[in-house]
Write a protein that binds this ligand. Structure first.
Ligand code: T1G
Length: 696
C-alpha cells in the first residue's frame, strides 16, 4: 500500500500528495504523513510546498470512522498549525470536494488555488460536530463573520467561483491539480510572495453573538452543533488566536461526546448502507431510459416530475385528454418551483415539459417503456385492471411497478403472467421533493427487478429502502402504531395540541395531528373504514375524528381539521370544536380524563414507535434496524440528530423501553404486546446496532 502521503522534491518545491482513496480522508496515516512531509521539505531546503490530492478529491475531511475511538497520532488542528507556521511557502491545490478538515487544511496553507469544478464546505454541523481544526478561527479572519456564520452553521457546500468571490481561495484555474498547483507555487516564488498565515490576520469586530446563537439554536429545533459552532466563531473575535483554538477544541470535544454526534454519524453511514443489500451483489439492473406513469394526480405528477428531473423520458397516461392536460399542468406547476429557484433554466423547463414528456390516453403508448409505475386510485380492483392491461401491452422485461401505499403487491402481481416483473415503488408526497422511496419486494419479484427499483431510486437521488409486503410496509405500518398510541392518550386525557407540541419539542418538524391535517384527514378516515370489518374488539379507536370528517373537515385542504387554517397561513390555530368532540367521545367510553406531562407523551409515543419497528425488523419486512431509521428520517420527519428511532432506542437503553412497554401493557395488553425481537435483544444484552453490524 503506497504511503498515504506521497513526497517529491522538484527543485525548490516539495510536493505532498494525498493518496488515501476513496476520498483522501485525513486518517491517522495521512496525518502522520503530513507532519513527516512538512518536516522533510524543510530539511530538504525546499522554498515552497504544494499539497494536493490524488484521485477524486483533495482531503474530504477527517476520517469519520475514527470518531468515538481513542484519538491516535497528531491531531488535525496541530497539523494545521504546523503547516501554517512552516517557514516555507505552502500552497494547496483543490479539486473534488475539500470538506471539513480538508478545507481547514487548505486554510492552514498560505495560498489556495482550485479547479473550476472544485467544491468546498465545512459540513461538520451536519454530522453533529463543528469545525475542529481551526475553521472557526481562520475563516472569520479571511471572509468576515457573516459569510462564516452562513457557511459554518449551514454546513453547505459552495463552488470555486463563490469561494473566489468570498476570498476563501486566491485563484481558479482549469487543469490537473498538481500542474496548476506547481505553476502557482512557481509564480508565487518568482514574484517574491510572502507567507500569509491567516492566524496573523486581524479578527473581525465583535457583534451580538448571543443573538446569533439564539437564532441558530431555534432554527436547529433541538440540534445543538450549529449553535455551539457560533460560540467557536465568537472565540475567534474575543480571544487571541491560540486561545481561540483551545476554545474551539473544547467545544468540538463536547460535541464529539454528545448523543447527537452519535445519531448524526449513524445517519451518515446508514444513508449509504441502506442501498447496499447482499441479495443485490452482482445483480445487474434492467435498462432504464423511458418510463411510463399511469395516473396524473398529485402522486403520479410528482413521480413524473422526479423522473423528468432525473433525465428520464416520461409517458404520462391518463383516462382522458382533459385529465392528461391537467396532469401536465401539475407537472409544470412542480417544475415551476425548480425554475423559480434557479434549479433549472427556462430552456430546460421547456425541454422537460415538451420533448421529454409524452401525454397519452392509450395503453399502447407504454409498449416501449422500460418501467411503468401506476399511481391510480388506491383500490385493489382498479389496480388489478391496470396490471392486466400492462401485462398485455408492455414489452417483455418491462418492470411493472405499483405506487400503492398499503395494498398487497403479491395480489396485484398475481393477475399478471409475469409476477417476477412486478414490484412496489412507494413514493412519498410530494414525490419530486421527498427523498424516501420504499422498494416493496413481493414474493416472486425477480432480483434484477429489485435492482432496477434501486437503480431508479439512485437516478432520482432518493434514499431507497427495501421493504417486504405487509399493510403499510415499513413507514406507514410504524406510523399507524405511534399514531394509535397518540390517539389513546387523547382518549385518556391529553389534547392533540399538547401532543403536537411535545413531539415538536422532541425534534419533529410537526406533530402527528398537524401532519394528519397536512396529509388530509380523509386518508385516515378511509383506512379506519377499510379496517373496521376486521378490527379486533380490544382495539381502542376514537370516533371523534370520524365526526370531523363527516362534517367535511379534512384538514388543510378544507381549511379546517384539528387546526383552523386562515387563507394564506400555513400554520393553523387549534380548532375550538375539537375539545368538545373529544369530551363527548370520552363520555361515551366512560373515561375520566387525566393529565399527561410532555415527558410521558414522548415516552409512550416513542415506545410505541420502537416496539412496532422491532416487529417490522423481526418479521423481515425491514432488512436491518438502520433501514427503519432511514425510513423514519427521510419519510416521516424524525429528527436526524437522534439518528432514527432504533438508534435512539439503543442510546436510551432497550431494557428501559421494554420495561416501559410492560408497564403500559398492564393498562392495555392488546396494544402493548412487547415485540419478540425487543425481548430477545434485551435477554441477550444486544442492541439494534449489533444487528446492523451482523447484517452488513
Ligand atoms: N471519512 C471516512 N469515510 C468517508 C468520509 C469521511 N470523511 N467521507 C466519505 N467516506 C466514505 C463513505 O462512507 C463511502 O464509503 C465512500 O467514502 C464514498 O463516499 C476536524 C472533524 C466526500 C462528498 O463530512 O460528504 O473534518 O460506502 O458514497 O457520494 O473539522 O462522502 O464506499 O465504504 O458519500 O461521491 C467532514 C463527508 C468530516 C464529508 C463524497 N467531512 N463525506 O460523496 O461518495 S468531520 C465530511 C461526504 C471533520 C474537522 C472535522 C461525501 C463526499 P463506502 P460517498 P460521494
Amino acid at each position: 500500500m503506497p504511503d498515504a502521503i506521497g513526497y517529491e522534491l522538484l527543485g525548490d518545491i516539495a510536493v505532498l500528495k494525498a493518496q488515501n482513496p476513496p476520498v483522501n480522508a485525513l486518517g491517522y496515516d495521512v496525518r502522520t504523513g503530513l507532519m513527516d512531509g512538512i518536516a522533510r521539505a524543510e530539511a530538504d531546503g525546499a522554498r515552497a510546498v504544494l499539497i494536493y490530492g490524488e484521485g477524486r478529491t483533495y482531503f474530504a475531511g477527517a476520517d469519520i470512522r475514527e470518531f468515538g475511538k481513542p484519538p491516535r497520532g497528531p491531531a488535525l488542528p496541530d497539523i494545521c498549525d504546523r503547516i501554517e507556521s512552516s517557514p516555507l511557502l505552502v500552497v494547496s491545490a483543490l479539486h473534488g470536494t475539500a470538506l471539513g478538515g480538508g478545507l481547514e487544511m487548505a486554510l492552514a496553507s498560505h495560498y489556495r488555488i482550485a479547479v473550476p469544478g472544485a467544491r468546498m464546505g465545512l459540513p461538520e454541523v451536519l454530522i453533529g460536530v463543528m469545525p475542529g481544526a481551526g475553521g472557526t478561527q481562520r475563516l472569520p479572519r479571511l471572509v468576515g463573520l457573516d459569510a462564516t456564520f452562513d457557511l459554518v452553521t449551514s454546513g453547505r457546500q459552495f463552488g470555486a467561483a463563490e469561494a473566489l468571490e468570498l476570498g476563501v481561495i486566491d485563484r481558479v484555474k482549469d487543469g490537473p491539480p498538481r500542474e496548476i498547483g506547481l505553476a502557482y507555487a512557481r509564480e508565487l516564488l518568482d514574484s517574491g510572495a510572502a507567507r500569509r498565515p491567516i492566524s496573523e490576520m486581524p479578527a473581525p469586530a465583535a457583534i451580538d453573538f448571543d443573538a446569533v446563537y439564539d437564532t441558530v439554536l431555534k432554527k436547529g429545533r433541538g440540534a445543538i452543533s450549529a449553535a455551539t459552532a457560533v460560540r467557536g466563531i465568537q472565540a475567534s473575535v474575543e480571544l487571541p488566536f491560540a486561545e481561540g483554538m483551545k476554545r474551539e477544541r473544547e467545544l468540538f470535544m463536547e460535541l464529539m461526546a454528545s448523543d447527537q454526534r452519535q445519531g448524526m454519524i449513524h445517519a451518515f453511514f446508514s444513508e449509504r448502507a441502506v442501498g447496499k443489500l447482499p441479495e443485490l451483489k452482482g445483480v445487474e439492473p434492467r435498462e432504464l431510459n423511458a418510463i411510463g406513469v399511469i395516473g396524473g394526480g398529485t402522486m403520479g405528477a410528482g413521480i413524473a416530475t422526479a423522473a423528468l428531473l432525473s433525465g428520464l423520458n416520461v409517458t404520462m397516461l391518463e383516462m382522458t385528454a382533459l385529465a392528461a392536460e391537467a396532469a401536465k399542468g401539475r407537472i409544470e406547476g412542480n417544475l415551476s418551483g425548480a425554475l423559480k429557484r434557479g434549479k433549472i433554466s427556462q430552456a430546460k423547463f421547456d425541454d422537460l415539459t415538451g420533448k421529454a414528456l409524452t401525454l397519452s390516453t392509450d395503453y399502447d403508448a407504454l409498449k416501449e417503456a422500460d418501467l411503468v409505475v401506476e399511481a391510480v386510485f388506491e383500490d385493489m380492483d382498479v389496480k388489478k385492471t391496470v396490471f392486466t392491461k400492462l401485462d398485455a401491452v408492455c414489452k417483455p422485461g418491462a418492470v411493472l411497478a405499483t405506487n400503492t401505499s398499503y395494498l398487497d403487491v403479491n395480489e396485484i402481481a398475481a393477475v399478471t403472467s409475469r409476477p417476477g416483473d412486478v414490484i412496489g415503488l412507494h413514493f412519498f408526497s410530494p414525490a419530486h421533493v421527498m427523498k424516501l422511496l420504499e422498494v416493496v419486494v413481493a414474493d416472486k419479484t425477480a432480483p434484477d427487478v429489485v435492482a432496477t427499483g434501486f437503480a431508479l431510486g439512485k437516478i432520482m437521488k432518493k434514499v431507497s429502502v427495501r421493504a417486504g409486503v405487509c399493510d403499510g410496509f415499513i413507514g406507514n405500518r410504524i406510523l399507524s402504531a405511534y399514531r394509535a398510541c397518540a390517539d389513546h392518550m387523547i382518549l385518556d386525557g391529553a389534547s392533540p395540541y399538547q401532543i403536537d407540541k411535545a413531539l415538536v419539542g422532541f425534534g419533529f418538524a410537526m406533530g402527528p395531528y398537524a401532519v394528519a391535517d397536512l396529509a388530509g384527514l380523509d386518508i385516515g378516515w378511509a383506512v379506519r373504514k377499510r379496517l373496521a370489518p376486521t378490527r379486533d374488539a380490544r382495539e381502542r379507536v376514537p370516533s371523534y375524528p370520524d365526526q370531523l370528517c363527516e362534517d367535511g373537515h379534512f384538514g388543510q385542504k378544507t381549511g379546517k381539521g384539528y387546526y383552523v387554517y386562515e387563507a394564506g397561513k400555513r400554520a393553523g390555530v387549534p380548532n375550538p370544536d375539537v375539545p368538545g368532540l373529544i369530551d363527548a367521545n370520552r363520555a361515551e367510553l366512560g373515561i375520566t380524563p387525566r393529565d399527561f406531562s410532555d415527558e410521558e407523551i414522548v415516552r409512550r409515543y416513542m415506545a410505541a414507535m420502537v416496539n412496532e419497528a422491532a416487529r417490522v425488523v423481526g418479521e423481515g419486512i425491514a432488512r436491518r434496524p438502520l433501514d427503519v431509521d432511514m425510513t423514519l428520517l427521510f419519510g416521516y420527519g424524525f429528527p436526524r440528530y437522534r439518528g432514527g428511532p432504533l438508534k435512539w432506542a439503543d442510546m436510551v437503553g432497550l431494557d428501559t423501553l421494554l420495561a416501559d412497554i410492560k408497564t403500559y401493557a398492564s393498562e392495555d395488553s392488546y396494544f402493548w404486546q412487547p415485540a419478540p425481537l425487543l425481548e430477545q435483544l434485551v435477554a441477550e444484552g444486544r442492541s439494534f446496532d449489533d444487528l446492523n453490524k451482523e447484517a452488513s
